[in-house]
Design a protein around this ligand. Structure first.
Ligand code: FAD
Length: 456
């Protein structure tokens, strides 16, 4: 399957949607492979989610589909949850810069440092010249067969110059998936009188001073952990409700005298009370939903070939190509619980090589068969659809290495894999201190030994 051919043969005209980390590296890989690239970015700068803004949406739950969308979901205190050495692109190390006051040298730096790194990356590879800023893609659809049978794509975009209607050979979707909130369903919430907010619209704790807050987290939500601690600095009480804990749980979290852990909420009542499954009741001012995000592609019209069903974007071969529309349509960056930048890079290399003809895809039927087998496997293991793009345990690096093999690119470094696993465990074991205390200095040394070849 997918043999490599020695020479790239075809140069395609490709639209990349979004100039976050995924779109930037996609543009670089496409151009390296000999394609012509236009990156369409609705914001005014690169970096996507890493472009922190104090602005929030007018609707704190972001339920109104016609609301003005704020892309970034970062809060002001955010530091990375992945160590910088394993977070960066494979050939452009996210190394600590010398202390000149302008950069954050910490291992888990502030969000400003990630944006600075992405700016360095864009500058190093002259990526900005490919980007059209303040240009929002409003429609991307396959060109009708009678107009063209070459699998081309029509892309309509809106900017201050009006609406552009253009034809491309391929479209790479790099629009991110941390902007469209998911919410918890809470019995009785319609008559509960307090305020609700989704973490997408959380920036700073000030507004919660002296309040009683219930923070709902799902899964291993790093932001839920951060935000509840951020708010606990000023709030009267913070009650975290987690569905991953046993129904009896009632714990005061170490290091705080106003932060408790509970199981799920049983009911919210008209009198302002919130009752947890453990039988405890609190009278809360605000419920904060740290309940994650949905994949959302309002601009994409695939005539039903790709759907989002319970947060499964499918059918997609290896999370990237819809078999019926490959290779003209591809998605970069759907997997989660991963170290994203290296994966974006490998997915982009694969797509670029497929588009040039240097690497072949299996037939449409074979891709569909493979995808169905994957979905059946999830189902028979009892894994819900919404976890289709979750890559737990070894699966992320197996996947990365599969992509690397397709493109004849080196596999993921062993130190990077180990650092990710150790770092991930550290988040659970020492959630309040993991960013500043570690015991894997030997892996940092290995990383920097490797970085030497990429740093001048
Ligand atoms: P984004 O960065 O979201 O970029 C998408 C871009 O597409 C945006 O610029 C947007 O404006 C543009 N766009 C969207 N729709 C359109 C349209 N219709 N037309 C034109 N442009 C459009 N990752 C880590 O590696 N380490 C971390 O510590 C970490 N912490 C995180 C903390 C939070 C709170 C969140 C939300 C995410 C975190 N991530 C972290 C994951 C992060 O999302 C990825 O690292 C990565 O930056 C995502 O890049 P992306 O390019 O896929 O998406």
């Amino acid at each position: 399957m997918a043999p490599s051919h020695p020479d790239p043969t075809i140069s395609r005209h490709v639209a990349v949607i979004g100039a976050g980390a995924a779109g930037l590296v996609a543009a670089r890989e496409l151009r390296r492979e000999g394609h012509s690239v236009v990156v369409l970015e609705r914001g005014s700068q690169i970096g996507g989610v890493w472009g922190y803004t104090s602005q929030v949406e007018p609707d704190p739950l972001s339920l109104d589909p016609s609301r003005p969308v704020v892309h970034s979901s970062l809060y002001r205190s955010l530091r990375t949850n992945i160590p910088r050495e394993c977070m960066g692109f494979t050939d452009f190390p996210f190394a600590a810069r010398p202390h000149d006051g302008s950069r954050d040298p910490r291992r888990h730096p502030a969000h400003t440092e990630v944006l600075a790194y992405l700016r360095d990356f864009a500058k190093e590879f002259d990526i900005e010249e490919m980007i059209r800023f303040e240009t929002e893609v409003v429609k991307a659809e396959p060109v009708e067969a009678e107009e063209d049978d070459g699998g081309k794509w029509r892309v309509k975009s809106r900017s201050s110059d009006g609406v552009a209607d253009e034809i491309y050979d391929a479209v790479m979707v790099c629009n991110g998936h941390y902007t469209e909130p998911r919410h918890a369903l809470i019995a009785g919430i319609d008559s509960w009188p307090g305020k609700q907010i989704h973490s997408h619209n959380y920036r700073v704790p000030d507004q919660f001073k002296n309040q009683v807050i219930v923070v709902i987290v799902i899964g291993s939500s790093a932001s839920g952990v951060d935000i509840s601690r951020d708010i606990a600095k000023v709030a009267k009480e913070v009650h975290v409700s987690s569905r991953s804990t046993s129904p009896e749980t009632y714990e005061k979290l170490p290091g705080y005298d106003n932060l408790w852990l509970h199981p799920t909420i049983e009911i919210a009542r008209e009198d302002g009370s919130v009752v947890f499954e453990n039988g405890k009741t609190v009278y809360a001012d605000t419920i904060m939903h740290c309940t994650g995000y949905k994949y959302y592609f309002p601009f994409l019209d695939t005539k039903g070939e790709v759907t989002v069903d319970d947060n499964r974007v499918g059918p997609l071969y290896k999370h990237v190509f819809p078999p019926a529309l490959a290779p003209g349509l591809s998605f970069i960056g759907l997997p989660w619980q991963i170290t994203p930048f290296p994966m974006f890079e490998l997915q982009s290399k694969w797509v670029a090589a497929v588009l040039s003809g240097r690497v072949s895809l299996p037939s449409q039927d074979e891709m569909m068969e493979d995808t169905k087998t994957f979905y059946n496997k999830l189902e028979s293991s009892g894994i819900p659809k919404r976890y289709t793009h979750l890559m737990p345990d070894d699966s992320q690096f197996e996947y990365d290495n599969w992509l690397a093999d397709q493109c004849d690119y080196p596999r993921i470094e062993k130190w990077r894999e180990q650092m990710f696993y150790i770092g991930f465990k550290r988040i659970y074991a020492q959630s309040a201190t993991y960013r500043d205390n570690w015991d894997d200095d030997h892996l940092i040394a290995e990383a920097y030994d490797d970085f030497v070849k990429f740093m001048s």
